[in-house]
Design a protein. Structure first.
Length: 431
């Protein structure tokens, strides 16, 4: 993205924001959540003409991925994303989650002329203003600027700390929705929290969410890997949030010594894999509230949502186009037990984004071991198997069937497909 000039005086409707390359720094952009591409294009042009930067998301999934990467000065939210829907239920759900994760977010809703009651209800739910379709560009820009200015005014009330920026726990599975709800309720307290789950499942992210939403958010948290005896000195005099990593890996005597060293006045957040390995006394001390993060394999379609987020993140970081996933790639993402859980999926997606050269990620890119095995099993008299990232689904299916001697069940499992899905593709390609 190009940069806008800085240091120019700002007047309503003609403001020029100081931009920065740091996506997590002071807000400098507007987020538009709108599924209608023509409407999205018109709004983008209106704001770009007065030197705003605007990011566009076609729905909630893409919007929350963007919100996990940066904070926005204002969010323009359409209330309906499904053709034929006019109730605004989809938009209300999106608005509720935005404000749940960041109560200070500046949200304006977009509604049709006949949706005044819905717009008023959205304001009662926390939106600062609404914009009617069709709109006048000058009025739209003025309303957004007025909302930004209103939110920026100092308040006599003490602001509630809120998890913002990169501190967002993405996912729509019931388990993750429940975790977000618990974090929202306990973060503003000083209760100690024990976070359990497999390595790579997001335990450190949850710890960050709790700290950022806590009364100690303005101070740095102290993190101690308790298996490292030399790191224990960092606990001396620690106040605010004290994160204890892997206390469940300590033996009984080491846990007793840890209890003796814990400072008074700190809020403890313990990160463990198996809470049952803690002594009852240590567990009660560091775990007034317990949160359990499920492995990615138990989070339904969250893996695909996260893969798309990681792809967008990697593309932005490395200056690459955001790739699309083929159906077989999506099946692999959903069925693979990723080593190192969410973190492992993120590393894999970043790797394939870097290696991608045609904007499409297929199953071969995500399962290089399978490709190597198939290539090795190809008879020498045949032409070399095309295992490049742009190969077609047909080539991949043919190779998998040949490798598994036309055992459809084994080939389907290797491709990350159900038997029925593989049969449909075999029929489509005449195999």
């Amino acid at each position: 993205m190009s940069s806008a000039p800085t240091g120019i005086a700002s007047i309503p409707g003609q403001s020029v924001r100081g931009w920065t390359d740091d996506p997590l720094s002071t807000p400098s952009t507007i987020l538009l959540i709108e599924d209608n591409l023509e409407v999205s294009r018109a709004i983008r042009l209106a704001f770009e003409c007065v030197h705003y930067r605007i990011d566009c998301a076609i729905g909630p999934e893409e919007a929350f991925s963007m919100l996990a990467r940066r904070r926005y000065e204002a969010i323009l939210l359409d209330l309906n994303f499904t053709q034929g829907q006019t109730s605004g239920a989809e938009g209300f759900a999106c608005l509720a989650r935005i404000l749940e994760e960041d109560p200070s977010a500046t949200v304006l809703v977009i509604t049709a002329h006949s949706g005044v009651r819905v717009a008023v209800a959205a304001m009662q739910a926390g939106a600062l203003d609404f914009v009617m379709k069709p709109w006048r560009n000058a009025d739209l820009i003025a309303r957004v600027e007025a909302a930004i200015a209103k939110r920026a005014r100092p308040s006599a009330a003490v602001p509630t700390p809120s998890p913002i920026g990169s501190h967002r726990l993405l996912g729509d599975s019931p388990a993750i929705v429940a975790v977000r709800d618990v974090v929202r309720r306990i973060a503003p307290t000083v209760a100690s929290v024990l976070i359990a789950g497999p390595a790579g499942s997001g335990r450190s992210l949850v710890a960050d969410l709790i700290h950022v939403g806590s009364p100690q958010a303005d101070s740095d948290k102290t993190t101690v890997e308790v298996r490292d005896a030399a790191a224990w000195d960092r606990m001396n005099g620690a106040s605010g949030t004290l994160v204890l990593r892997n206390p469940d890996r300590l033996n009984e005597m080491e846990q007793v010594r840890l209890l003796e060293r814990l400072p008074d006045g700190a809020r403890f957040i313990a990160i463990v894999e198996t809470p049952d390995s803690l002594s009852p006394r240590l567990r009660s001390t560091v775990g007034t509230i317990e949160i359990t993060l499920p492995p990615l394999a138990m989070r339904g379609t969250d893996a695909l949502l996260l893969a798309r987020h990681f792809a967008s993140l990697a593309a932005e970081r490395h200056g690459r186009p955001v790739p699309l996933f083929t159906a077989t790639a999506e099946a692999v993402i959903l069925t693979t037990p990723w080593l190192d859980d969410v973190r492992g999926l993120g590393r894999t997606i970043e790797r394939v984004v870097l290696l991608d050269d045609d904007g499409v990620i297929d199953a071969a890119a995500l399962t290089p071991k399978l490709v190597q095995e198939i290539a090795a099993s190809t008879p020498e008299r045949e032409a070399p198997l095309d295992v490049s990232l742009w190969q077609s689904e047909r080539v991949m299916i043919e190779a998998a069937l040949r490798h598994h001697r036309h055992n459809v069940s084994h080939a389907a499992a290797a491709l990350g497909l159900s038997r029925q899905a593989l049969y449909r593709r075999m029929n489509r390609y005449g195999l």
